[in-house]
Design a protein around this ligand. Structure first.
Ligand SMILES: N[C@@H](CCC(=O)N[C@@H](CS)C(=O)NCC(=O)O)C(=O)O
Length: 212
Protein backbone atom coordinates (compact mmCIF):
# COMPACT_ATOMS: atom_id res chain seq x y z
CA UNK A 1 0.00 0.00 0.00
CA UNK A 2 1.31 3.47 -0.88
CA UNK A 3 1.96 5.81 2.08
CA UNK A 4 -1.00 8.09 1.34
CA UNK A 5 -3.47 5.85 -0.41
CA UNK A 6 -7.03 6.82 0.49
CA UNK A 7 -6.18 10.23 1.93
CA UNK A 8 -8.30 13.06 0.53
CA UNK A 9 -5.33 15.33 -0.19
CA UNK A 10 -2.82 15.50 -2.99
CA UNK A 11 0.00 13.06 -2.29
CA UNK A 12 3.40 14.36 -3.41
CA UNK A 13 6.30 11.93 -3.85
CA UNK A 14 9.53 13.88 -3.76
CA UNK A 15 12.99 14.36 -2.33
CA UNK A 16 15.19 17.36 -1.49
CA UNK A 17 15.77 18.23 -5.14
CA UNK A 18 15.28 21.19 -7.53
CA UNK A 19 12.40 19.59 -9.41
CA UNK A 20 10.68 18.56 -6.17
CA UNK A 21 10.86 22.00 -4.55
CA UNK A 22 8.94 23.48 -7.48
CA UNK A 23 5.91 21.41 -6.48
CA UNK A 24 6.03 22.07 -2.72
CA UNK A 25 6.33 25.82 -3.46
CA UNK A 26 3.38 25.73 -5.88
CA UNK A 27 1.22 23.82 -3.39
CA UNK A 28 2.16 26.28 -0.62
CA UNK A 29 1.46 29.29 -2.86
CA UNK A 30 -1.94 27.80 -3.75
CA UNK A 31 -2.72 26.92 -0.13
CA UNK A 32 -3.58 23.35 -1.14
CA UNK A 33 -3.24 20.66 1.55
CA UNK A 34 -0.87 17.85 0.61
CA UNK A 35 0.99 14.95 2.08
CA UNK A 36 4.71 14.81 1.40
CA UNK A 37 6.24 11.38 0.92
CA UNK A 38 10.00 10.95 0.70
CA UNK A 39 11.42 8.92 -2.15
CA UNK A 40 15.00 8.55 -0.96
CA UNK A 41 17.23 8.99 -4.02
CA UNK A 42 20.28 8.06 -1.91
CA UNK A 43 18.79 4.57 -1.53
CA UNK A 44 17.64 4.38 -5.16
CA UNK A 45 13.96 4.24 -4.16
CA UNK A 46 13.04 6.06 -7.39
CA UNK A 47 13.94 2.86 -9.28
CA UNK A 48 11.87 0.55 -7.07
CA UNK A 49 8.91 -1.31 -8.54
CA UNK A 50 6.37 0.53 -6.39
CA UNK A 51 7.65 3.93 -7.48
CA UNK A 52 8.04 2.99 -11.15
CA UNK A 53 4.38 2.00 -11.09
CA UNK A 54 3.74 5.73 -10.44
CA UNK A 55 6.38 7.03 -12.86
CA UNK A 56 7.96 4.52 -15.25
CA UNK A 57 10.73 7.09 -15.84
CA UNK A 58 11.86 6.56 -12.23
CA UNK A 59 12.22 10.22 -11.26
CA UNK A 60 10.67 12.56 -8.70
CA UNK A 61 8.42 14.51 -8.39
CA UNK A 62 5.09 12.72 -8.83
CA UNK A 63 1.67 13.71 -7.51
CA UNK A 64 -1.40 11.59 -6.98
CA UNK A 65 -4.66 13.50 -6.94
CA UNK A 66 -8.07 12.08 -6.16
CA UNK A 67 -9.41 9.15 -4.29
CA UNK A 68 -11.61 7.74 -7.03
CA UNK A 69 -11.01 4.33 -8.57
CA UNK A 70 -8.61 5.98 -11.01
CA UNK A 71 -6.76 8.77 -9.20
CA UNK A 72 -4.56 10.94 -11.38
CA UNK A 73 -0.88 10.05 -11.15
CA UNK A 74 1.24 12.76 -12.77
CA UNK A 75 5.00 13.17 -13.25
CA UNK A 76 7.18 15.92 -14.81
CA UNK A 77 7.42 19.05 -12.68
CA UNK A 78 6.30 21.34 -15.54
CA UNK A 79 3.16 19.30 -16.20
CA UNK A 80 2.41 19.18 -12.47
CA UNK A 81 2.75 22.99 -12.19
CA UNK A 82 0.36 23.55 -15.11
CA UNK A 83 -2.12 21.00 -13.73
CA UNK A 84 -2.17 22.59 -10.27
CA UNK A 85 -2.39 26.16 -11.61
CA UNK A 86 -5.28 25.28 -13.93
CA UNK A 87 -7.10 23.30 -11.26
CA UNK A 88 -6.93 26.17 -8.77
CA UNK A 89 -7.13 28.97 -11.31
CA UNK A 90 -4.06 30.80 -10.02
CA UNK A 91 -0.39 31.35 -10.94
CA UNK A 92 -1.27 31.08 -14.66
CA UNK A 93 -3.06 33.85 -16.56
CA UNK A 94 -6.15 32.71 -18.45
CA UNK A 95 -5.16 33.83 -21.94
CA UNK A 96 -3.47 36.19 -24.33
CA UNK A 97 0.12 37.36 -24.16
CA UNK A 98 0.32 36.95 -20.36
CA UNK A 99 -0.38 33.21 -20.64
CA UNK A 100 1.86 32.82 -23.69
CA UNK A 101 4.77 34.43 -21.78
CA UNK A 102 4.37 31.88 -18.97
CA UNK A 103 4.57 28.99 -21.46
CA UNK A 104 7.51 30.65 -23.21
CA UNK A 105 9.39 30.63 -19.90
CA UNK A 106 8.25 27.10 -18.96
CA UNK A 107 9.61 25.82 -22.28
CA UNK A 108 12.80 27.86 -21.91
CA UNK A 109 13.12 26.26 -18.48
CA UNK A 110 12.53 22.67 -19.65
CA UNK A 111 14.76 22.77 -22.72
CA UNK A 112 17.15 25.59 -21.76
CA UNK A 113 17.93 26.76 -18.24
CA UNK A 114 16.64 23.72 -16.33
CA UNK A 115 18.28 21.29 -18.75
CA UNK A 116 21.58 23.20 -18.62
CA UNK A 117 21.54 23.38 -14.81
CA UNK A 118 20.74 19.65 -14.60
CA UNK A 119 23.61 18.81 -16.95
CA UNK A 120 26.07 21.02 -15.07
CA UNK A 121 25.04 19.50 -11.73
CA UNK A 122 25.40 15.93 -13.04
CA UNK A 123 28.69 16.66 -14.85
CA UNK A 124 30.30 18.19 -11.79
CA UNK A 125 29.50 15.01 -9.87
CA UNK A 126 30.33 12.36 -12.47
CA UNK A 127 32.18 13.82 -15.48
CA UNK A 128 34.63 16.53 -14.39
CA UNK A 129 36.19 16.54 -17.89
CA UNK A 130 33.02 18.06 -19.40
CA UNK A 131 31.85 20.00 -16.35
CA UNK A 132 33.47 23.28 -17.38
CA UNK A 133 31.48 23.44 -20.63
CA UNK A 134 28.28 22.38 -18.91
CA UNK A 135 28.63 25.02 -16.19
CA UNK A 136 29.38 27.67 -18.83
CA UNK A 137 26.15 26.77 -20.65
CA UNK A 138 24.19 27.00 -17.39
CA UNK A 139 25.74 30.41 -16.73
CA UNK A 140 24.82 31.49 -20.28
CA UNK A 141 21.16 30.56 -19.83
CA UNK A 142 21.18 32.47 -16.53
CA UNK A 143 22.46 35.56 -18.37
CA UNK A 144 19.55 35.18 -20.81
CA UNK A 145 17.13 35.21 -17.88
CA UNK A 146 18.95 38.21 -16.41
CA UNK A 147 18.28 40.10 -19.64
CA UNK A 148 14.59 39.21 -19.46
CA UNK A 149 14.41 40.45 -15.86
CA UNK A 150 15.81 43.88 -16.80
CA UNK A 151 12.35 44.95 -17.92
CA UNK A 152 10.10 42.54 -16.01
CA UNK A 153 9.50 42.18 -12.29
CA UNK A 154 8.90 38.45 -12.63
CA UNK A 155 10.00 36.15 -15.43
CA UNK A 156 6.80 36.35 -17.49
CA UNK A 157 5.50 39.79 -16.44
CA UNK A 158 4.18 41.68 -13.41
CA UNK A 159 2.87 38.71 -11.43
CA UNK A 160 4.39 35.62 -9.85
CA UNK A 161 3.44 32.56 -11.92
CA UNK A 162 4.41 28.93 -12.21
CA UNK A 163 7.21 30.05 -14.58
CA UNK A 164 8.93 31.80 -11.66
CA UNK A 165 8.51 28.68 -9.55
CA UNK A 166 10.03 26.49 -12.30
CA UNK A 167 13.16 28.63 -12.74
CA UNK A 168 13.49 29.14 -8.99
CA UNK A 169 13.68 25.38 -8.40
CA UNK A 170 17.01 25.05 -10.21
CA UNK A 171 18.47 28.49 -9.47
CA UNK A 172 17.87 27.79 -5.77
CA UNK A 173 20.64 25.14 -6.15
CA UNK A 174 23.04 27.47 -8.00
CA UNK A 175 26.01 26.70 -5.72
CA UNK A 176 25.76 22.96 -6.37
CA UNK A 177 25.49 23.70 -10.09
CA UNK A 178 28.57 25.96 -9.98
CA UNK A 179 26.99 29.12 -11.40
CA UNK A 180 27.58 32.59 -10.06
CA UNK A 181 24.69 34.90 -9.12
CA UNK A 182 27.00 37.93 -8.70
CA UNK A 183 27.18 38.19 -12.48
CA UNK A 184 23.36 38.42 -12.82
CA UNK A 185 22.05 41.28 -10.64
CA UNK A 186 18.49 41.15 -11.97
CA UNK A 187 18.25 37.43 -11.24
CA UNK A 188 19.62 38.14 -7.74
CA UNK A 189 16.97 40.83 -7.13
CA UNK A 190 14.23 38.46 -8.34
CA UNK A 191 15.56 35.55 -6.21
CA UNK A 192 15.57 37.79 -3.13
CA UNK A 193 11.92 38.75 -3.80
CA UNK A 194 10.90 35.09 -4.12
CA UNK A 195 12.88 34.04 -1.04
CA UNK A 196 10.95 36.70 0.92
CA UNK A 197 7.58 35.04 0.15
CA UNK A 198 6.29 32.92 3.02
CA UNK A 199 4.97 30.19 0.74
CA UNK A 200 8.39 29.79 -0.87
CA UNK A 201 10.01 29.56 2.56
CA UNK A 202 7.51 26.89 3.64
CA UNK A 203 7.97 24.89 0.43
CA UNK A 204 11.76 25.00 0.76
CA UNK A 205 11.65 24.01 4.44
CA UNK A 206 9.38 21.02 3.82
CA UNK A 207 11.50 19.88 0.87
CA UNK A 208 14.90 20.18 2.56
CA UNK A 209 13.51 18.32 5.61
CA UNK A 210 13.14 15.25 3.38
CA UNK A 211 16.93 14.79 3.56
CA UNK A 212 16.94 14.27 7.33
N1 LIG B 1 11.95 16.42 -16.29
C1 LIG B 1 11.72 15.91 -14.95
C2 LIG B 1 13.07 15.64 -14.32
C3 LIG B 1 12.92 14.92 -12.99
C4 LIG B 1 14.29 14.62 -12.40
O1 LIG B 1 15.33 14.62 -13.08
N2 LIG B 1 14.28 14.30 -11.10
C5 LIG B 1 15.51 13.99 -10.41
C6 LIG B 1 15.58 14.77 -9.11
S1 LIG B 1 15.53 16.53 -9.39
C7 LIG B 1 15.54 12.52 -10.08
O2 LIG B 1 14.53 11.92 -9.73
N3 LIG B 1 16.72 11.90 -10.19
C8 LIG B 1 16.94 10.54 -9.85
C9 LIG B 1 17.31 9.69 -11.03
O3 LIG B 1 17.40 10.21 -12.15
O4 LIG B 1 17.53 8.51 -10.81
C10 LIG B 1 10.89 16.92 -14.14
O5 LIG B 1 10.91 18.11 -14.48
O6 LIG B 1 10.21 16.52 -13.20
Amino acid sequence: MLPCEGANVIALYAFATPNSVKVTIALEELGVPYSLNAVDLRKGEQKSDWFKALNPNGKVPVIIDGVSERPLSLSESGAILVYLAEKHNRLLPSGGEARARVFEQLHFHASGLGAAFGNAFASRKAMPEVAEKAVAEAQRTLAVLDGILVSREYVSGDEVTIADIAHFGWIWRHSAVGVDLDAVPHVSRWMDALHAREAFARGIARTTALMS
